[in-house]
Design a protein around this ligand. Structure first.
Ligand code: BTN
Length: 262
């Protein structure tokens, strides 16, 4: 693995996030690298990499990591939140990516619950949050990782991803990768602080506006044996998906893969 350099990000307007940002040419996963460093660094520290050999996604999936120039980073957070609210960090992160993409001129990016970012019905960014347990009775740490496909041709993706994945360049966006990184970190800090201040209602309403499946009939596959169908109503204050079943009863769903009902 390469030695890190401190990255000086002139577009950063944060107090905490990205201060400092360590830049690696290559890592296995920015999540694992930050985890290794986490004993000696403070909240807000970012590990950013040009290339990942073993990028990780949610639910044990791999994150297919295209070669440079993409965005792969992980940030260390010590949220002042009760653990049931932790899923809201994923929602806040999705909103931050959406906001940054909009500032870069991308039209109508959407969130697929809990936090995939879609442009024109294809996934352009993914978010993974992992809890760091520690023996000390301090606040738990979360390592939040974000991957954004910045520049690629369709042929750069493996066959099986071509109808599901996209990159910003394929939508005509020519934004600079480091400028976009700054915009994501700036937006992430403000959404994160909003969350810590208990402003859940604003996050819920913003999520509804940006939700790919808002008020659509959906199927949530919780695991291979369990699925639920219903109307996508929004999220509650803990980030759980609210699904209105045919009986009109509202179910709270904490995890699962969501698709449109056909
Ligand atoms: C998903 O959509 O399943 C989540 C993908 C998260 C990918 C990012 S890239 C930076 C960070 N490092 C990783 O290994 N994963 C996250």
């Amino acid at each position: 693995m390469s030695a890190p350099q401190l990255l000086n990000l002139s577009g950063l307007s944060t107090q905490l996030l990205g201060r400092p940002t360590y830049h690696f040419e290559e890592v296995d996963s920015t999540q694992d690298m930050l985890k290794k460093m986490s004993g000696g660094v403070q909240q807000g520290t970012v590990v950013f990499a040009d290339h990942q050999h073993k990028g990780r996604g949610r639910n044990g999936h791999i994150w297919f990591s295209l070669p440079e120039p993409q965005i792969y980073f992980s940030v260390l957070l010590a949220p002042k939140l009760s653990p049931p609210k932790f899923p809201m960090i994923n929602i806040a992160a999705g909103l931050a990516v959406i906001e940054a993409l909009e500032v870069c001129g991308i039209k109508d990016p959407k969130i697929k619950w809990p936090n995939d970012v879609y442009i024109q019905q294809k996934k352009a960014a993914g978010i993974l949050s992992e809890l760091l347990t520690s023996d000390v009775k301090e606040r738990p740490f979360i390592i939040l990782g974000i991957g954004i496909n910045v520049s690629a041709n369709l042929e750069d993706f493996p066959n099986e991803l071509r109808d599901r994945a996209t990159a910003l360049s394929l939508t005509g966006c020519t934004c600079d990768r480091l400028e976009l990184l700054c915009k994501v970190l700036n937006a992430l800090e403000s959404w994160f602080l909003m969350l810590e201040h208990g402003n859940f209602k604003l996050i819920q309403s913003e999520f509804s506006k940006k939700w790919l499946f808002h008020e659509k009939q959906i199927v949530v596959n919780m695991d291979s044996n369990r699925s639920l169908q219903g109307k996508a109503m929004g999220i509650d204050e803990d980030g759980a998906l609210l699904l209105q079943k045919s009986s009109s009863e509202i179910a709270r769903v904490f995890s699962g893969e969501v698709t449109l009902q056909t």
